[in-house]
Design a protein around this ligand. Structure first.
Ligand SMILES: Nc1nc2c(c(=O)[nH]1)N[C@H]1C(S)=C(S)[C@@H](COP(=O)(O)OP(=O)(O)OC[C@H]3O[C@@H](n4cnc5c(=O)[nH]c(N)nc54)[C@H](O)[C@@H]3O)O[C@H]1N2
Ligand SMILES: Nc1nc2c(c(=O)[nH]1)N[C@H]1C(S)=C(S)[C@@H](COP(=O)(O)OP(=O)(O)OC[C@H]3O[C@@H](n4cnc5c(=O)[nH]c(N)nc54)[C@H](O)[C@@H]3O)O[C@H]1N2
Ligand code: SF4
Ligand SMILES: [Mo]
Length: 688
């Protein structure tokens, strides 16, 4: 495909987005001139988002880093000079050897996430290198780990209702997810369900695009979703809307739960959540009376102190009504479990000389870089932009600014993080490399093969880490395997029956290969929880020091237990900073086209909160708390309940703008999974 100057070639969207669209790249004179959706993809069917329709702006952006570079100015200022790959690799391997000799291999820490979802790139050759080097491990908790843990305590398996089935739901609850922006093909399917008569209800802390599209939007106070779920359960049990046969067969703990939820009266739940009592009654009735209700559990509501419990509690609802047995009914948090690959073959943990190596939670990177005992002396950053995406920017920045820290960054751009690199290495875009893609929503596996040559001297993650591995003297075959050999190894995994029939050959031939979904028929009979059933009561949670039944625990900042600002509170507003429509986390935030679509960072503030501060629409405002400040423009709107302010989008610090959203967010960990608590933060706002 690389050699062909003109034509239309299949591709996969590599971004951290559930849809994992099939793409078509249109080439003229050797350049991609257009990106469209592949109409043959069974789920995404040729529709793609505006972000990726404009992907050529990013792939051919004049600011792309095309050569290895070495920093010449102070950390953070972005002054670099071009060096050769030989010089870069010699310096990196020399510094790593010195650090290992003096401080041990765990003084080196990787920092990565899913800037490219290609399995070979982020769960493949990189892991082999880090394992063989014996670095500290990174606990990758920034996205869905609290919710993932909450879901697994309840359901055991990392998968739920599949997208095609949701067309047959008669009620769709979108709970803490902005799917118009973040999972657009679920919206398309929900529209088909709507045509068959389904209703769509959105439960969120602000009326985002998805809330505007819903049949019914229910606003609530941040971090109170467990209380709402418990209130719904109270009504379901009270009014006989539960399926007792289902509970007897497939759950444990329903009798304990029935007693437990008696305390969560609609009156109490209304006080906690800010939702009128009659709306709680109406919602519970709608849910209980639906034939096949589907709950789409978004990511937003688990980025809280009580985030794991929020997901755990919502996950109990379909077990009370038995909706799981109806096509389209049930719930999904992430469907990544269906396409689990052979991680041992991919990551080669056997190469690690120190299996007991420590693990560092990525949400605490600032704190980790400040450790004086067993200090971190080198950082290897790829597929992530922590200066923008990690919580508590000031601490992160202080860590990255350490003069004695040797930092290598591999990226396509001079990100805010890359400016702190000692050595900056150019990364290919996914259209320049071979990789394997699953989806954490639909059940099609896809392959990407290079459509254009590597731009400049850029290298893919696979090339980089095999090069570094060989330069460190690792002579195992693992470092010379081709991408295709790695794909074969990843797919050779009899432990996952869903992978049956997915092979390199079928992928090359068909581009998208559906998992074998026959095991799903017995899904409920073989849940991998300790009891083998849906755990409404979880002994495992009790052993972990968590409440074994769903229980509402208030957030740690800002409000008292009754959801009113605590007396004397100096930061009385909850600050929510979810993703925006035209960026993908911080990706695209440096591309003019995408910036223009978003215009500028804004703070949405309720008219009551604005009036109390003398703020009018369009005013420049400063949002601040004890951690930092963020300057943006006020938009006065009643899309939230009073007391909540919202700023969408992970903008870079640029053009004199002071700091970023994460300047305000805490690096506290959630109740489960070591998850992030981005949205459990309080602030004050003033006019500039
Ligand atoms: N356009 C676009 N698409 C994306 C991304 C992007 O940046 N831009 N990011 C990708 C990634 S990595 C992820 S993880 C997903 C995330 O996508 P989603 O699953 O949609 O999750 P978020 O957008 O983080 O949050 C969704 C909503 O949760 C709300 N929320 C916050 N706190 C609460 C609460 O306490 N209760 C309730 N009910 N709602 C709350 C927020 O207001 C927000 O509207 O999207 C992916 N897709
Ligand atoms: N305040 C707040 N903070 C958040 C969130 C929020 O909602 N609010 N969301 C959180 C969530 S859910 C997530 S998932 C994280 C996401 O955080 P990150 O995973 O850091 O996501 P991005 O900001 O998209 O950064 C990805 C980087 O990878 C680079 N990249 C792309 N492809 C490649 C490649 O092939 N190789 C290499 N080496 N680099 C590549 C891109 O250029 C980009 O700079 O952010 C979290 N931070
Ligand atoms: S970002 Fe999501 S919706 Fe957009 S093309 Fe990629 S996978 Fe599809
Ligand atoms: Mo995420």
């Amino acid at each position: 495909m690389i050699e062909q100057e003109n034509g239309v070639f299949p591709a996969v969207c590599p971004l951290d987005c559930p849809d994992t669209c099939g793409l078509l790249l249109h080439k003229e004179n050797g350049r991609i001139v257009k990106v469209t959706g592949n109409p043959d993809h069974p789920i995404t069917q040729g529709a793609i988002c505006n972000k990726v329709r404009n992907m050529t702006e990013r792939v051919y952006h004049p600011d792309r880093v095309l050569y290895p570079m070495k920093r010449t100015g102070p950390k953070g200022e972005g002054q670099f000079e071009r060096i050769t790959w030989d010089e870069a690799v010699t310096e990196i391997t020399q510094r790593f050897r010195d650090i290992i000799a003096e401080h041990g291999s765990e003084a080196i820490l990787p920092y990565s996430f899913y800037g490219n979802m290609g399995i070979l790139s982020v769960d493949g050759m990189d892991r082999r290198f880090l394992n063989a080097l014996g670095t500290s491990r990174l606990d990758q908790t920034i996205c869905n780990s609290a919710g993932g843990a909450g879901w697994r305590y309840t359901m055991g398996f990392g998968g739920g209702t599949t997208p095609e089935d949701t067309e047959y739901a008669d009620l769709i609850l979108v709970w803490g997810g902005n799917i118009i922006s973040t999972n657009m093909h679920q919206v398309v399917i929900a529209e088909r369900a709507r045509k068959r008569g389904a209703k769509v209800v959105v439960i969120d802390v602000h009326r985002n695009r998805t809330g505007q599209w819903a049949d019914w939007f229910i606003p609530l106070y941040p971090g109170t979703d467990t209380a709402l779920a418990l209130g719904m359960m109270h009504i379901l049990f009270r009014d006989g809307l539960t399926d007792n046969d289902f509970m007897a067969k497939y759950t444990v703990g329903h009798e304990e739960l029935r007693e437990h939820v008696k305390a969560y009266t609609p009156a109490l739940v209304s006080q906690i959540t800010g939702i009128p009592e009659e709306d709680i009654e109406k919602l519970a009735r709608m849910y209980g009376e639906a034939e096949a209700a589907y709950i789409h559990i978004g990511n937003g509501l688990q980025h809280h102190d009580n985030g794991g419990m929020n997901i755990r509690s919502i996950a109990c609802l379909p077990a009370l009504t038995g909706h799981w047995l109806k096509q389209g009914g049930g719930a999904a948090k992430s469907n990544g479990g269906y396409n689990a690959m052979n991680s041992e073959a991919l990551e080669r943990p056997d190469l690690r000389p120190n299996p007991e190596a420590r693990s560092i939670n990525m949400n605490r990177i600032g704190e980790a870089l400040a450790m004086t005992e067993q200090p971190i002396k080198a950082l290897l950053v790829y597929c992530s932009n922590p200066l923008v995406v990690a919580p508590d920017t000031a601490r992160v920045q202080a860590g990255f600014a350490r003069e004695d820290l040797f930092t290598v960054v591999h990226d396509l751009f001079m990100t805010d993080t890359a400016k702190y690199a000692d050595i900056l290495l150019p990364a290919t875009s996914s259209f320049e490399s071979t990789d394997l893609f699953g989806s954490y929503w639909h059940q099609y596996v896809q392959i990407q093969e290079p459509v254009i040559p590597a731009q400049g001297e850029s290298k893919s993650n696979v090339e980089l880490f095999s090069l570094l591995g060989r330069a460190m003297g690792f002579d195992e075959e693992a470092f010379s395997q081709t991408e295709e050999q790695m794909i074969e190894a990843a797919l050779d995994y009899p432990d996952n029956p869903y992978l049956n029939g997915v092979t390199l050959e079928s992928l090359k031939e068909q581009r998208f290969v559906k998992l074998d979904m026959t095991p799903k028929l017995h899904y409920l009979d073989r849940l991998p929880t300790p009891s083998g059933k849906i755990e409404l009561y979880s002994e495992a949670m009790k052993l972990a020091g968590l409440p074994p039944l769903p229980e509402y625990v208030p957030l740690k900042e800002g409000y008292d237990g009754e959801r009113r600002p605590a007396a004397g509170e100096s930061f009385p507003l909850m600050f929510i900073s979810p993703p925006n429509h035209n960026f993908l986390n911080s990706t695209f935030a440096n591309v003019e086209k995408h910036q223009k679509l978003e215009k500028e960072p804004v703070l949405q503030i309720h008219p009551e909160d604005a009036a109390a501060r003398g703020i009018t629409d369009g005013d420049p405002v400063c949002v601040y708390n004890e951690r930092g400040r963020y300057e943006l423009k006020a938009v006065v709107t009643d899309k939230m309940l009073p007391g909540t302010v919202v700023s969408q989008g992970l903008w870079w610090a640029k053009d004199g703008r002071r700091q970023r959203a994460n300047a305000l967010t805490p690096d506290r960990l959630a109740d489960m999974g070591g998850g992030a608590t981005f949205f459990s933060t309080t602030v004050e706002v003033k006019r500039q």
